[in-house]
Design a protein around this ligand. Structure first.
Ligand code: C2O
Ligand code: CU
Length: 467
């Protein structure tokens, strides 16, 4: 029931950008882009957030006057933002009005295993079917939801939304918004192109149309001097981001698993599919000027990635230069290293196999592709150490369901300041050692590459957390 914060912030943002007599230039009609639809909470208990989500086909306006047939949550892309407070219970009444089965997976949320929406957790909800998800929200952070069925089609067609969980001591900002990054490939008919065959299956789909909150070429007004908090989600199928705003510092507050130990300034954010970053932007441009939001070059192997920067959107500094009203962020709680001494790591390998006749790639974990990858047992309270060994020449964004892990080392080099992650880049030919301790949520859990075409071609597996 704590929807007040974002709504207040949204109103403040709208009036800052449109209502002020000092606005330097004509506001973009889509200036409200960060004002995403917040879903109504129908439960009067302040500790329960109860919402309805409907999977349905709808038209998706990616640019003024340009629409594509989409698959959506509640008719919009991105789907509505769900907001809650740590300790709340979230209840989601889900109905599937697509023409195909689907589910909802709560990416990054420490749900009970049977609420995870993955193929290991539940039967897909058939067309016309319903499912009620219900779970406590144990962590503050930036999470997102998406289907876990036919991902490379359903997610490409727009099925994703953000879940924001706030803690008791959130950093102050003048405005808080959600930024979901994605891209799109359209066919000759102007509609989202169907899967394009062996090459795309191999590299993963990277569309030429860049989207920020489901729209192209946005100009986002920001009051000069203002301190905005952006919760950024990479919802793309295979797009990696080196997210940067020209001449604009970003202050990192948190990653996948919530706050970092100490907020730090950076010029860019490296985000693989599935990743989240929680940042503060202290608008530093001169009133009336613009700064381009860019994706900087990164090559992720086998032809994936970009050699030249791509423009994603722009921000426009409006109004008087004013000092930020909000305080700069304070150092948070130190994240301690997980103790891994004496634990023999499990070796988990990532491979690819190309059929010389068809050209089709099969993506493998431990030499097999889903659902044939052998699962193994872990135990509640017993620390797991995994050596993720990438035998291929391309990056695979590794995602673990249900638990946050720390990176212990990269190619044997210890990681100095640990963060909590659920998604991390496994660079081509690298070995990444990760560690986590399953808390008391036994059941079947998945891990996989978050390039959706790689999921579709087998790079997914599960393991059993025993009570
Ligand atoms: Cu974002 Cu298994 O998923
Ligand atoms: Cu992959």
């Amino acid at each position: 029931m704590r929807r007040g914060f974002l709504i207040t912030a949204i109103v403040a943002f709208a009036s800052a950008s449109c209502g002020s007599s000092k606005v330097a230039s004509t506001p973009d009609p889509w200036a409200d882009v960060l004002r995403m639809t917040t879903i109504p909470d129908t439960n009067s208990d302040p500790r329960v957030v109860e919402v309805s989500l409907e999977a349905k086909n709808a038209e998706w306006e990616i640019a003024p006057g340009q629409s594509v047939h989409a698959m959506t949550f509640n008719g919009s892309v991105p789907g509505p933002v769900i907001e809650a407070h740590v300790g709340d219970t979230l209840i989601v009444h889900f109905v599937n009005h697509l023409d195909e089965p689907t589910t909802i997976h709560w990416h990054g949320v420490r749900v009970p295993a049977n609420m995870d929406g993955s193929p290991s957790a539940q039967m897909p909800v058939p067309p016309g079917g319903t499912f009620d998800y219900q779970f406590p929200l144990l962590d503050a952070g930036t999470f997102w939801y998406h289907p876990h069925v036919n991902e490379s089609v359903q997610m490409e067609h727009g099925m994703y939304g953000a879940l924001i969980v706030r803690g008791d001591n959130e950093p102050r900002s003048d405005f808080e918004g959600v930024v979901m990054l994605d891209d799109l490939t359209l066919g000759m008919d102007g509609q989202i192109a169907p899967p394009d065959g062996v090459l795309e299956d191999h590299t993963g789909r990277e569309g030429p149309i860049s989207l920020l909150n489901g729209r192209t070429n946005l100009v986002i007004p920001i009051r000069a001097g203002e301190r905005q908090r952006w919760r950024i989600v990479n919802a793309g199928s295979a797009r990696f981001y080196r997210f940067a705003i020209a001449n604009q510092k970003l202050t990192v507050l948190g990653t996948d698993g919530g706050p970092v130990s100490t907020p730090y300034d950076t010029d860019e954010l490296f985000m693989v599919p599935g990743d989240r970053m929680d940042v503060l932007i202290t608008a530093s441009g001169a009133p009336g000027s613009r700064a381009v939001i860019q994706n900087l070059p990164y090559l992720r192997g086998h032809g994936g990635g970009i050699t030249e920067a791509m423009d994603l959107a722009a921000i426009e500094y409006n109004g008087d230069e004013a000092l930020p009203k909000s305080e700069p962020p304070k150092p948070g709680t130190e994240i301690a290293h997980i103790a891994t001494d004496g634990i023999t790591p499990r070796i988990i390998t990532f491979d690819e196999q190309i059929d010389m006749t068809t050209g089709e790639t099969t993506f493998l974990i431990d030499g097999q592709s889903y659902p044939n990858v052998p699962s193994f047992d872990a135990h509640v309270g017993v620390t797991e150490v995994w050596n993720l060994v990438n035998n291929s020449g391309m990056d695979h964004p590794f995602h673990l369901h249900g638990f946050f892990f720390q990176v212990v080392s990269r190619n044997g080099m210890p990681e100095s300041s640990p963060t909590w992650e659920d998604t991390i880049d496994l660079h081509g030919h690298d070995t990444l050692r990760i560690a986590f301790t399953p808390d008391n949520r036994p059941g079947m859990w998945m891990y996989h590459c978050h390039i959706l075409e790689h999921v579709a071609h087998g790079m997914m597996a599960d393991f059993h957390v025993m009570p």
